[in-house]
Design a protein around this ligand. Structure first.
Ligand SMILES: [Fe+2]
Length: 258
């Protein structure tokens, strides 16, 4: 039968929409409650919707009863502070799973490459229903920062680099792509992240935003990329040895993040 997917994402697996004009939006993300959670880089999260409406970020499949990344329960204390952000998550009319604001501290390109991971949004998802994809709605203006996507974690020739201007909207099949953000700038970066279920509602939202499956990718110096590759392999080996010292076998492709 297969999952219901978005035609707009079928060609490349990611699209960039017109930028959302958020100049008139209040800076709601400053007032939210943030919690630590494992992810790529030094991050904190402010969940808006979670498994049961609590201020926590665990995957819905790690709770009792477990479920896939759908039907997120809005957290009353958080959405009271961020009604505009909640409205933006609800705008497509698609089912919303996990929804949170991420705060990412500045990092290096090598950090980002080491942090590349795939998401697990469709664990427990039911065949015949909508495939869960991930949206990044950038809140701060980070034109020098890049969302990095790779179809092959270890192959930089598969890398796509998308700039994160204020109001940028990027939708990605994050179970297909390895991804992380290289954030350049003196201040933390804030982005609204939503798990959205594919279907006619999401399709209409993507069409209205002129979803582009071929956005320009930013070039980087070859030496920077080569150095980051070497550093990634060095850190992975370092981690493998650290785990081995504790009797834990770690696959080289295993990711720390979800
Ligand atoms: Fe992710």
């Amino acid at each position: 039968m297969g999952f219901l997917t978005s035609p707009a994402l079928s060609e490349t697996g990611y699209v960039v929409l017109d930028r959302h004009d958020q100049a008139a939006d209040p800076a709601e993300w400053h007032d939210l409650e943030y919690v630590g959670w494992r992810s790529s880089g030094i991050t904190r999260f402010a969940p808006l919707a979670s498994h049961a409406g609590d201020v926590e970020c665990n995957g819905f499949w790690n709770h009792t009863p477990p479920r896939t990344d759908k039907d997120g329960v809005w957290i009353a204390s958080q959405v009271a502070k961020a009604p505009t952000l909640q409205a933006r998550a609800l705008e497509p009319g698609a089912n919303v799973g996990r929804c949170r604001v991420i705060e990412l501290q500045p990092n290096t390109y090598a950090d980002a490459i080491y942090n590349l991971h795939q998401d697990d949004n469709n664990r427990l998802n039911t065949d015949g229903t909508g495939w869960v994809v991930r949206a990044w709605l950038n809140l701060t203006d980070d034109p020098d920062s890049l969302l990095i996507l790779r179809s092959d974690r270890f192959d930089p020739s598969t890398e796509i680099r998308l700039p994160l201007h204020a109001g940028s909207r990027i939708i990605v099949d994050t179970q297909r792509f390895w991804h992380a953000v290289w954030h350049r700038g003196p201040e933390p970066r804030y982005s609204l992240i939503c798990s959205w279920t594919s279907g006619p509602e999401l399709d209409a939202y993507l069409a209205a935003g002129h979803a582009d499956p071929h956005p320009a990718s930013v070039d980087l110096p070859a030496a920077l990329v080569a150095d980051a590759q070497a550093e990634m392999h060095r850190r992975i080996e370092e981690r493998r040895q650290a785990f081995e010292a504790h009797g834990i076998v770690m696959e080289p492709t295993e990711s720390l993040y979800s």
